[in-house]
Design a binder for this molecule. Structure first.
Ligand code: HEC
Length: 182
């Protein structure tokens, strides 16, 4: 069976060398693992995420965050939380880490008033989360993504949103532009 003639050509039915076979199968396995790691799992950054990271004005948004490093935020992290427990946690984080510059009532001191309609970097959940995560280092606002988890950043930002319009005593004068979005 191993040697047949077709149109005068001899066809050999030799086995494919094991080395070639393993390279062939290896490339398939590599492709599956590569795709799963970068495009499906939460561990590798996908092409778009890598692209967004180059532009550090954009919050990096993987599908989920696997660690507590806080270096990644996702779409869920941009949802405003309104439940009591989350706001209490946000309040606690704020008093511990932020009140020194923004005051306990968020009326502003070194940092701006966070309860009024005026925002230097834009108001609303997305901007607030971005500023807390990345900071505005050249203006004295620290980046918190190494200290706070995405969840904690979300809780803190939600807490800040809950303070809107609370009119603290002795507020800092409005800074930035009036923000009308949400
Ligand atoms: C060392 C002082 C300091 C600390 C601590 C600090 N901030 Fe700030 N923060 C600032 C300054 C200064 C600015 C103004 C930045 C600018 O001019 O763009 C600011 C800006 C902000 C803004 C944007 C305000 C706007 O009008 O755009 C938010 C939101 C904010 N801080 C939240 C926080 C939170 C939450 C924490 C704690 C996790 C915190 N800050 C801790 C100094 C601080």
């Amino acid at each position: 069976m191993s040697n047949q003639k077709y149109d005068g050509n001899r066809k050999s039915n030799n086995k494919i060398p094991i080395l070639f076979k393993s390279i062939f199968i290896g490339t398939i396995i590599f492709a599956i693992v590569y795709f799963a790691y970068y495009e499906i799992s939460n561990f590798g950054f996908s092409h778009m995420q890598g692209h967004n990271m180059m532009n550090n004005r954009t919050v990096v948004v993987p599908k989920e965050e696997p660690t507590k490093t806080g270096s990644v935020l996702n779409e869920n992290t941009l949802t405003v939380l309104t439940d009591k427990l989350s706001l209490e946690r946000g309040n606690e984080i704020f008093n511990t880490n932020c009140a020194a510059c923004h005051r306990v009532d968020a009326g502003g001191l070194i940092g701006p008033n966070l309860t009024d309609d005026y925002w230097i970097n834009g108001g609303g959940m997305k901007n607030i989360v971005r500023v807390i995560a990345n900071g505005v280092p050249e203006k004295g606002m620290l980046s918190w993504k190494a200290q706070l988890s995405p969840k904690q950043i979300q809780e803190t930002a939600s807490y800040i949103i809950s303070l809107h319009g609370t009119n603290p005593a002795n507020p800092k004068a409005p800074q930035g532009e009036k923000y009308t979005g949400n």
